[in-house]
Design a protein around this ligand. Structure first.
Ligand code: G4P
Length: 293
């Protein structure tokens, strides 16, 4: 695999986030509910330090609800509060400030004990590109604002977005880079559209997706593409290519010589997967990482 994780990216991102941490009470770590582990930056613990953190499993509308519940259980078993949301439609978004206040209960209580009126909780969203940071900020703001992640100089130009009476959000999210030296994570990020298609071969990504999906979602694939019943496993690349070929034939992806155009077939499969046309699908489970469900 030729993808590199540039250390320079991370150093800069880390510095920018560290500056913002001084201004806030709680971090909202945005993950993609379809790939909670692969969309996580492994350095997030180090970067956010001891700040209380709420994990938001975004795009839950596209993810398998059972698997989202398993991931929420997993994160909670690590002591991390978790909420599944759909930033596009707004589902779950109203619960964010309540969860954040729960995390800061002791701090808020101390303010009350001192006779102070608790001020709104201040939060920062962090997450990898495309995970939905701008969508969530716009949703909380209740309007479309130009969200930029890389604005230099934290003290200048930062805006607080007020949500309800008790939450304020920095309008510049912290951008973390996914780490994909693990080839599986790379394929999962490509499958969900988190990294650009031209980084990996689209037909390889499609074959990976077919191999991953056939066990849990084989019936969905068979139904969507009018395929015969699929085996519970596609043990090698050739068996995945055969399925992709069938999908291509079913969808009329043929070249002049009557051969299947694999790239076209792969494009259809990935587009439909990302758009939720195959149903609600999660590409990894806590068990895949021996993390326990
Ligand atoms: P970023 O700031 O973290 O880079 O991500 P951004 O908000 O730009 O969102 C990336 C894409 O993910 C957008 O789609 C956005 O609509 C979509 N998205 C964000 N949150 C959700 C969600 O909860 N559910 C679903 N289904 N999609 C979500 P896009 O294709 O780039 O643009 P568009 O189709 O919305 O025009």
């Amino acid at each position: 695999m030729t993808i590199q994780w540039f250390p320079g990216h991370m150093t800069r991102a880390k510095r920018q986030i560290e500056e913002k941490l001084k201004l806030i009470d709680v971090v909202f770590e945005l993950l993609d509910a379809r790939i909670p582990q692969s969309s996580r930056n492994p350095m997030v613990d180090e970067i956010t330090g001891t700040k209380p953190r709420l994990i938001l499993l975004n795009k839950a509308d596209l993810a398998d609800p059972e698997m989202t519940a398993a991931w929420s259980r997993y994160f909670r078993s690590l002591g991390k509060e978790t909420l599944a949301i759909d930033a596009n439609a707004g589902t779950g978004v109203k619960e964010i400030s309540g969860k954040a206040r729960e995390l800061l209960r002791d701090k808020i209580q101390r303010q009350v004990d001192k006779g102070m009126k608790p001020r709104p909780v201040r939060a920062l969203i962090v997450g990898i590109p495309n995970v939905g940071k701008s969508t969530l900020i716009n949703r909380l703001a209740g309007r479309n604002i130009a969200v930029t992640g890389d604005r230099p100089g934290v003290t200048k130009g930062q805006q607080w977005i007020r949500f309800g009476g008790d939450l304020e959000l920095l309008d510049t999210p912290g951008i973390l880079w996914p780490k994909f030296d693990d080839p599986q994570a790379g394929f999962r990020l490509a499958a969900t559209g988190a990294i650009k298609e031209d980084v990996l071969h689209i037909d390889e990504v499609a074959c990976f997706v077919l191999q991953e999906l056939v066990g849990r979602y084989g019936f969905v694939l068979a139904e969507r593409y009018g395929l015969e019943e699929l085996p519970p496993e596609l043990p090698d690349m050739q068996s995945a290519i055969d399925v992709l070929e069938n999908i291509g034939r079913r969808r009329g992806c043929l070249t002049g010589g009557g051969h299947v155009d694999y790239e076209k077939a792969a494009g259809i499969l990935l587009r439909e997967l990302r758009a939720g046309k195959l149903g609600r699908i999660t590409l990894e489970s806590p068990d895949d990482f021996e993390l326990g469900g």
